[in-house]
Design a protein around this ligand. Structure first.
Ligand code: DX5
Ligand code: ZN
Length: 217
């Protein structure tokens, strides 16, 4: 059984207190800090860039899981690596992922790829052969607080089955968008093991309990 990891998205947090927030998330048992980087081009909104990664880096020992929703991500790899990223995830819709993986790994960072809800799961298959993680979007990227797209469950299953077929049973499959305590069970049963959650964690009365329950479902 793969270890289930919970990656709270700081997008749902208070941007004026990010240092404190990542410290709290670590104390509450988070496994990764999920950092949603948006460029106002690949997606309509702009969030933050490598400077935010650098700013939060001293406040947590947890891996910083950087989800780059940007065009031309390959031009930003070194900056994110220098800032302290541990995992860099690039969209298959924006670049040649295999080439970009080489660039990410040359910086000593784990390389991951992500596909949008409308991108067929087969696009992720050749990437699963060598990625450190594959992320499947369960909402259209751009905003937190959207509703989980149920068709993602079939994509998770198909990707996990493919991983088993090629002997990469242990590949981390991350799912991002609209995950709550109510639907996380289905996401894990389908074969994912890394759960991103923004609103569900930040609106919880007890973040530690919510994170623990999400992991134990
Ligand atoms: C969407 C982002 C997600 C999002 C998750 O573009 O990539 O990480 O912030 O937030 P919730 O859990 O609120 O859907
Ligand atoms: Zn994300």
């Amino acid at each position: 059984m793969l270890k289930v990891k919970v990656a709270p998205s700081i997008l749902a947090g208070d941007f004026s207190r990010m240092g404190e927030i990542v410290k709290t998330l670590q104390a509450c048992g988070a496994d990764y800090i999920h950092c949603d980087v948006m460029d106002g081009n690949f997606v309509p909104s702009i969030t933050f860039g490598a400077q935010m990664i650098e700013a939060i880096r001293p406040h947590t020992q947890l891996p910083l899981d950087c989800h780059l929703m940007v065009n031309h991500p390959e031009t930003h790899i070194e900056a994110f690596a220098r800032a302290g990223a541990d995992i860099i995830t690039v969209h298959a819709e924006t670049c040649d992922c295999l080439k970009t993986f080489d660039r990410i790994r040359a910086c000593g960072v784990r390389a991951s790829a992500v596909i949008n809800p409308k991108t067929p799961v087969e696009t992720a298959f050749p990437l699963a052969e060598c990625a450190d993680m594959i992320l499947l979007m369960s909402v259209h990227p751009g905003w937190g607080g959207q509703k989980f797209i149920p068709e993602t469950l079939q994509k998770i299953e198909a990707l996990r089955n493919y991983c088993i077929k090629i002997g990469r049973d242990n590949l981390d499959i991350e799912v991002d968008g609209g995950i709550t305590e109510e639907n996380v069970g289905m996401v894990l049963t389908a074969g994912a093991n890394v759960i991103v959650a923004g609103s569900a964690i930040f609106r919880a009365k007890d973040m530690a309990a919510t994170i623990a329950r999400m992991r134990q479902v």
